[in-house]
Write a protein that binds this ligand. Structure first.
Ligand code: TYM
Length: 492
């Protein structure tokens, strides 16, 4: 079979690649796409069906599923069932390895396939995969294009994306509990994840290239030390994918001034007495760029802390506005926000959310002495004067931090009980918190020290991640540019 495919493609004189596959690679599409390090959007799956008019082949994109009602209507048939293994063998085909050309039965291709520009599929041989352009394929196999699939929720809904603004060696318990940990948990569950260092966003406050670079690299060290596997998650630097900026410029035209004017980041600055005349446009436009960051990858969810909810809402509004003008281009992403205290971890001042700019943080990677001071200086229950007074645990910063870092749950419960009963002093609670912090992050802190000399590795991780991210970003920009009627070199 594969020899025939190769001959057809060579005779047609179109570019294609036969990709050698490992012998133990399971014969299923997700395993293949994982091996290619690409998304289901670029998988083509070709299936054989039996109908009252005979056998047919149907090619669909990996992130879609055939809607049998739509397909029956499209073909004007009543009976439709997948061919059995025996029937496939009878046609000279191997189940799971059907190529999208060279077949002797009619072939139908779903229209979502032509939204991608290239795809991977089988060659008929277990040890070779095929990669080629969609247009080239349709030129060769003369398939009939129809509309008979729907998106498979699993793949559209499950992609997630999030960003973090690089601001130095200051990852704190708020970032960790509200964003980093939930993000890593999603990755562990196998959710396709895009995480980036939002360096373009950092320009609103950092205008010193050396500092910016240091902040970006530090962010990589933090993430890797905490356990991000860059082979599993797509981790990159925002400016490494120019499409973020390209999309922001287009989307700005779908966002009313009034909506942007009501956003927190901008309003907070005004509230702090900074004159409107002086606020830089980067800050004002911040939500527009963030909407572009999100929509570019069409994620189903955006795991962030509560403080970013308004920005995700803004992105949803932007998507709706664009879709209203041009059809369903952008899925509406859900904010994925932790419940309760973790959604907005309170700072050591016991009042405002933990935030580097407010100086009320407990950091993860600072020197031991710095972390000890942060913890010892934290507010607890302001109404409690003596260790023998019954204290309040709910909303008490040190107990929230215990919940984040102390894996010895029995100890936490015991401290909480004694605190309520007035049987433990603040100092003991804080001492055990400090110890728990050191235990929890011992491995990460050790690893970070080890990584610190390896700036080249950090750069390489970001560059490799950007390469993968670009594949998705380019698709969206092509689609959007085409729809709105502008062009660039990418899609000329
Ligand atoms: P940033 O860098 O301020 O924060 C990174 C993440 O940490 C969360 N976070 C918190 N969660 C709970 N309690 C806290 N005290 C706390 N402090 C911070 C934030 O909610 C965030 O999830 N604008 C974003 C970066 C960004 C982005 C994006 C995020 C740029 N583009 C696209 C998502 C999608 C920011 O400055 O986060």
């Amino acid at each position: 079979m594969e020899d025939r495919i190769e001959k057809i493609l060579k005779d047609a004189n179109v570019p294609f690649e036969f990709i050698p596959l490992p012998e133990d690679l399971p014969v299923d599409v997700p395993s293949h796409m994982k091996f290619y390090r690409d998304t289901m959007q670029h998988a083509l799956a070709t299936m054989i069906y039996k109908t009252e008019k005979g056998f047919i082949a149907v090619s669909r994109r990996g992130d879609t599923k055939v809607n049998s009602k739509k397909l029956r209507e499209f073909l004007g048939i009543k009976r439709l069932s997948l061919a059995t293994e025996e029937e496939m063998t009878g046609l000279g085909l191997t189940p799971g390895l059907v190529p999208p050309l060279g077949l002797e039965i009619p072939l139908y291709v779903d229209k979502k396939v032509i939204e991608a520009d290239y795809f991977y599929d089988g060659t008929g041989h277990k040890l070779f995969g095929l990669k080629m352009g969609v247009k080239d394929l349709l030129g060769v196999n003369k398939a009939i294009v129809g509309d008979f699939t729907t998106y498979e929720e699993r793949y559209t809904k499950k992609r997630v994306l999030s960003g973090i603004t690089p601001s130095g060696n200051t990852l704190h318990l708020g970032n960790y509990a509200g964003a980093v940990k939930p993000q890593f948990d999603l990755l562990e569950k196998g959710v396709e994840s895009f995480y980036f260092v939002a360096d373009l966003h950092a320009l609103t406050t950092i205008q010193d290239r050396n500092r910016l670079e240091m902040c970006i690299i530090n962010n990589v060290f933090d993430y890797i030390a905490l356990g991000l596997d860059p082979e599993k998650g797509i981790y990159f630097r925002q400016s490494g994918v120019a499409e973020h900026s390209m999309l922001a410029i287009v989307l700005a035209n779908y966002i009313p001034f009034g909506l942007t004017n009501r956003m927190h980041a901008f309003k907070d600055k005004l509230a702090r007495g900074v004159s409107k005349e002086k606020i830089n446009m980067g800050l004002f436009n911040y939500p527009i760029l963030m909407a572009a960051d999100i929509l570019l990858y069409k994620p189903g969810g955006v795991p962030v802390g509560e403080d970013q909810r308004q920005h995700v809402e803004f992105a949803r509004e932007t998507a709706r506005s664009f879709n209203k003008a041009h059809g369903e281009i952008f899925p509406i992403p859900d904010p994925l926000i932790e419940k309760g205290n973790m959604s907005k971890v309170v700072g050591t001042d016991g009042e405002r959310k933990m935030s580097k700019s407010l100086g009320n943080v407990v950091t993860i990677f600072d020197e031991e002495e710095v972390i000890r001071r942060q913890i010892m200086g934290s507010y607890t229950d302001p109404n409690r004067k003596h260790a023998s007074d019954p204290g309040k645990v709910d909303g008490n910063p040190v107990f929230i931090y215990h919940d984040i870092v102390n894996d010895d749950k029995a100890e936490v419960e015991d401290l909480k009980r004694r605190y309520r009963e007035g049987k433990v002093g603040d100092v003991e609670v804080k001492e055990s918190l400090f110890k728990a912090h050191m235990r929890k992050f011992a491995e990460a802190r050790r690893k970070r020290k080890e990584l610190e000399n390896n700036i080249d590795m950090a750069r390489e991780i970001l560059e490799k991640g950007a390469e993968k991210a670009r594949k998705v970003a380019e698709e969206t920009i092509k689609e959007v540019y085409k729809i709105v009627g502008i062009t660039n070199k990418l899609n000329s």
